[in-house]
Ligand binder design. Structure first.
Ligand SMILES: [Mg+2]
Length: 342
């Protein structure tokens, strides 16, 4: 059982600024594996800060001689993006062999569709309100607003203005991307107490589990962790009572199987899971879609990220419509292997 590996590069529509600098394109590897009598495909799109580097990912994939054993023996433990590609390709092959959508093979009660959130950037109040209205008119019922670039009282005013504009029927999440300290987060949470946020995502730096636990005790607004899961294990995050919700990126956690393991553990602890991408190409986005659909919670996931890319590896069989993504009916991921890998 051999792994075929192909490099790819997809430009972003606009450079994306992150804590690790601007990203202009997403580069990674498509893999194909023959298993269960058929071919499955996977994608490794590493994002330093969350995963190994591109070079480390390529080395890890090239070191795989037996894909199944590589998943089981821990040899890809330090290369989550590489592990993701192998795990996804094997899961895709199994689902294609069973002639079922991947989500169905992960859980027979999987959802056929689910809502996704629309992400609004850190623009000023009026632009944010306009973007929120546009998203709601497109059918989104969940908005994620970036905060943390300005004073917390200004961010609170932005969120209150969005709430006033969209009404009480729309969920609003705020994502601070680890930009605050405890006191700034306190000020923000005091100021948005009447806004009815679904949750505040990652107010504090990644390693500050205790700080997040304190915020949960002091405020009614639920707390989600995202960046923390790049540095601490989901198990520790749950045990620290630091989160109401874990934001799970399949690429960063090491594959669809890993996300399902984390989700099961989270569910046992009463913690929710939201699945998001690392701005991946179509193969990994579809993988994330199937994993999200397989989870019992039908909450909005953060998978509406295709629009960040200028072009893709193939046509997307699961575009966002009315703020919703549908699981493709076709077997496996729902994309022809020959469309991306011939
Ligand atoms: Mg986030």
């Amino acid at each position: 059982m051999e792994l075929q590996i192909r490099e790819f590069s997809v430009d972003l529509r606009q450079p994306l600024s992150t804590a690790k600098g601007d990203i202009e394109r997403r580069e990674g590897f498509l893999v194909a594996v023959d298993a269960a009598g058929t071919t499955g495909i996977g994608e490794a799109t590493p994002l330093p800060g969350w995963t190994e580097s591109l070079a480390e990912c390529g080395d890890a994939l090239n070191s795989v001689s037996d894909p199944k054993r590589a998943l089981a023996d821990g040899s890809l433990a330090d290369a989550p993006a590489a592990r993701h590609a192998v795990s996804l390709a094997l899961a895709d092959a199994r689902a294609r062999a069973a002639n079922q959508p991947l989500a169905t093979t992960l859980d027979t009660d999987s959802h056929t569709s689910f809502p996704v959130n629309s992400t609004l950037g850190d623009a000023g109040l009026e632009s944010t309100v306009e973007a929120a209205k546009t998203a709601v008119s497109q059918g989104y019922e969940c908005l994620k607003v970036k905060v943390g670039a300005r004073d917390p009282s200004e961010d609170a005013d932005r969120l209150r203005a969005v709430r006033d504009a969209v009404g009480s029927g729309v969920s609003i999440r705020a994502d601070a991307n680890a930009s605050w300290d405890r006191w700034t987060a306190d000020r923000f949470l005091d100021a948005v107490a009447d806004v009815d946020l679904e949750y505040l995502e990652q107010p504090l730096p990644a390693t500050e589990l205790d700080g997040h636990a304190v915020l949960r005790r002091l405020h009614d607004t639920p707390i989600a962790l995202d960046e923390s899961l790049a540095t601490v294990s989901p198990k520790r995050a749950i045990a620290s009572n630091a989160a109401d919700v874990l934001v799970c990126k399949p690429m960063a956690l090491g594959g669809p199987d890993r996300v399902r393991d984390v989700a099961a553990r989270a569910r046992d602890a009463g913690v929710g899971v939201v699945v998001t991408t690392t701005i991946d190409a179509v193969v990994a986005r579809l993988g994330a879609l199937h994993v999200a659909a397989s989870l019992p919670d039908n909450r909005a996931h953060g998978l509406a990220t295709a629009s960040f890319l200028d072009g893709d590896l193939a046509d997307d069989p699961a575009p966002v419509r009315d703020g919703t993504m549908r699981v493709p009916d076709a077997p496996g991921l729902g994309i022809d292997v020959t469309d991306v890998f011939d």
